[in-house]
Design a protein around this ligand. Sequence first.
Ligand code: ATP
Ligand code: MG
Length: 451
Amino acid sequence: MNKRIDIPAALRDFARVFASAGYSCYFVGGAVRDRLLGLPVNDWDVATDARPEDVQRLFRSVIPTGIQHGTVTVRWKGLSVETTTFRVDGQYLDGRRPEAVKFTADLVEDLSRRDFTINGMAADPASGEIIDPHGGLDDLSAGLVRAIGDPAIRFSEDGLRPLRAIRFAARFGFSIDEATFAAIPATIARFRMVSAERVRDELTKILLSARPAEAIGMLDESGLLPEILPELSACKGARQGGPHLFDVFGHLLASCAAVPADTVLRLAALLHDTGKPSRRIELPDGSITFYGHDEESARLAEAALKRLKYPNAVVSEVAVLIRHHMFDYSESWTDAAVRRFVARVGFEHLRPLALLRLADSSGMGHGPADPRSVLPLLGRVDDLRSKDQAFGICDLAVGGEDLAGIGWPRGPSMGRALAELLEAVLDDPELNTKERLLDIASRIKSKHVHE
Ligand code: ATP
Ligand code: MG
């Protein structure tokens, strides 16, 4: 593995500002790691002996993003550089400048507080040379995530680290060092103290990685999965019949890996059948049904994602997708059937729902599903839409005001009337004119009056 990296010119200039003011400055953490792996780097982190107020003096645009931890963000030539002061010792706090050797000692100390050897390297800004006190280069070439120091101690300092280990393994296709992985189960009590928000952010990154199924497998093996998503753990061993090759758990993992890397899609695919274990019925002929599992899965997913503090928009979209995932599109659907389907699930959900449906089929274990089994539905909807057809109450040629105009009483019955008009229009789009709808409305009205 390379012992040095190329530092972009803008960042070398950035570092020179520190050097000419007498401060030291190193690039550290993820940027060094990703650069060594030949991956693009967007966020450069810097460790320095300059204190936040020194940095504020050196640069024009400094945002105090985490000043209590010694972190400020410097805007520099279109980049945002997160700049963190080495943990300073008493001598430094007294205002005396530590001598040159002390800088290096501070850097090593700074690197030692980091979580994994691959995240614990620094690069000298002038030469690009790697400073690697923990063997990060070797682990990077071996593809290993290894804790710096004693993993049991490091995991009990911060319970999020096991999840981060799994995240990095999933992202790079690395293994987790045996001793590091083995330390996880004993520190689960510490994991329970981590805020839902931090867990959520790691989980999202894990799901968006190239290997979400392997990562969930590691979560399961380490004992973390029941802590994060017990409803998913509960699917282990839930056998399903028919064309399914996997149990419900295996099916959910495979489906999750089969949808595009998008937060809502990955979550929906991962949780879309979590209602199956409680809805499983074995019939006398040996076949298995999961009647109502779509509703139940939507309910469980909603509760799980709320618990993990996902934003409401994510929670509700995932729930909608799961609730409607059981549809079997075929060419034989009439236009009216297509319109009804759109009216039920909503336009904005159609594409993700189609992608979920495909992943669900792919997740049965017989290889990738044929996109032609579902995606033509989207084309048909576009087609109908280009003809300006109505799919919802707001597309109707009449509204509440028009109904009031023919003497319809305001209130909930008006909403029901509009829904009834929509039904008629979904069947026959020709009816969507003001005249014809008001005609139907007055007939419904007299029917209601007679009831
Ligand atoms: P990403 O590309 O996902 O941002 P990253 O390595 O930059 O990866 P960050 O979470 O941004 O990860 O953290 C930056 C660096 O800070 C890490 O590389 C690591 O050195 C250190 N770090 C972050 N979180 C922790 C933690 N919980 N414990 C110890 N060190 C940490
Ligand atoms: Mg980062």
